[in-house]
Every structure is written in C-alpha cells, then in structure tokens.
Write a protein that binds this ligand. Structure first.
Ligand code: GLN
Length: 197
C-alpha cells in the first residue's frame, strides 16, 4: 500500500514513520511517500495532510495543482487523514479568506482557537474507536466551530470537537505524528483500506 504524505510544509518524516509503523504492526507492506508535486496523489491508496501553516499550505496546494488531485482522491472514497493545519485546509470554511479551503468536510473551523494561554499543550483524550486515551499534542490548534450532522465527532475538549470524521476523511486538531502512538494513523488510514465489509 502506498500512503502519500503531502509534504509542501510540515512534519513529513514523522507521518511517514507513523504510517509505516502502523503497517508493520499489521504485517502490511506500507510505503509512505512525500507528495511535493502533482502526479503522485493518483498513485496513492491513502493520504495524510500534515500540520504547518494553513495559509501557506493551501496556497502551495493550489499553485502546484495538487489540490484537485486531493479532491479527486476523496471523491473516489480513498482515506485522507488531515492533522491540525491539514484539518483547516480540508474544512469548508476557515473563517479566514487567506486560506483556500478544499471543502472536503462539512465543518467550519476556528484557527488558533485555544488562545495564547494554551498555545501549546498536551491532553489525554478519549477518542471514539480507541480503547485507551490518546496523548494529543496541540500546537496553535484549531477547533471545529460548526459541523453538519453527517460529521462524527470523535473527541472533544471543553465541548468542542478536536477529532472528526466524515466519510473517508478524518481530521484532528492535534499532532498524532509527534508521539510514538500511531493508533490514529491506523484508524484513519489502514482500517478503511483493510475493511472488507
Ligand atoms: N495555527 C496554524 C494555522 O492556523 C496551525 C498550526 C499547526 O498546524 N500546528 O494554520
């Protein structure tokens, strides 16, 4: 299986490692590849869209013609895991017109939603689908402000969704690639690819 890590900005190596380790644990041959230009996404079975700066990421995705490939990827029902700025980019509205969102999830997000006091923090989060809490690292993270009814909230902080799923797209406001815990890469990417039902 080939998992593309959209590496125009952000934690590419960490996502590649997480998804390959998740594959190892299942005895699957998973290859993580960095996506920096158009032409790679169509050969990927699943995609990760890492964090970084959503204004920059969205601009580069459009400029390099990767954006329409990501849209086609999810339209074909293939898994996409978007983290932090990635979640902002896949939303329908980031309440900031400098972000050209891809409109792949029926959510509106608030950028930098936790304010200065809680700029960065770690929380042990209960996540739907995981047996044990997940060590979630938040860095200038967004939250979901509004979501349509077809969006499933998988985890919340202070009542606000910070992990969501809609169809083949899973988004987290935090950075799972910065921990040794690859259960969310497994849940978002490999579960759907190996589900025969
Ligand atoms: N604050 C960033 C943004 O709004 C996201 C931060 C991150 O990805 N860690 O784009």
């Amino acid at each position: 299986m080939r998992v593309g890590v959209v590496g125009v900005q952000g934690d590419v190596a960490e996502h590649v490692a997480a998804v390959e380790r998740a594959g190892d644990r299942r005895g699957l041959n998973v290859e993580g590849v960095a996506v920096r230009n158009a032409g790679v996404v169509p050969d990927c079975d699943a995609l990760t869209l890492p964090g970084g700066e959503s204004t920059t990421i969205s601009r580069l995705l459009h400029r390099r013609d990767i954006a329409p490939e990501i849209v086609d990827h999810t339209a074909a029902g293939k898994p996409l895991f978007a983290t932090c700025a990635g979640l902002i980019v896949v939303s329908r509205d980031a309440r900031d017109n400098r972000v050209e969102t891809l409109n792949l999830m029926d959510v509106t997000v608030d950028r930098n939603a936790f304010g200065r006091q809680r700029d960065s923090f770690e929380a042990h989060l209960d996540v739907t689908g995981l047996d044990e809490p997940f060590p979630a690292v938040f860095i200038r993270a967004p939250t979901v402000a509004e979501a349509d009814s077809d969006v499933e909230s998988l985890a919340t902080i202070d009542g606000r969704p910070v992990a969501v799923r809609e169809g083949p797209v899973v988004g987290t406001a935090f950075h799972p690639e910065l921990t040794d815990d690859f259960r969310l890469h497994d849940l978002a990417l490999l579960d759907p690819l190996t589900d025969d039902s």
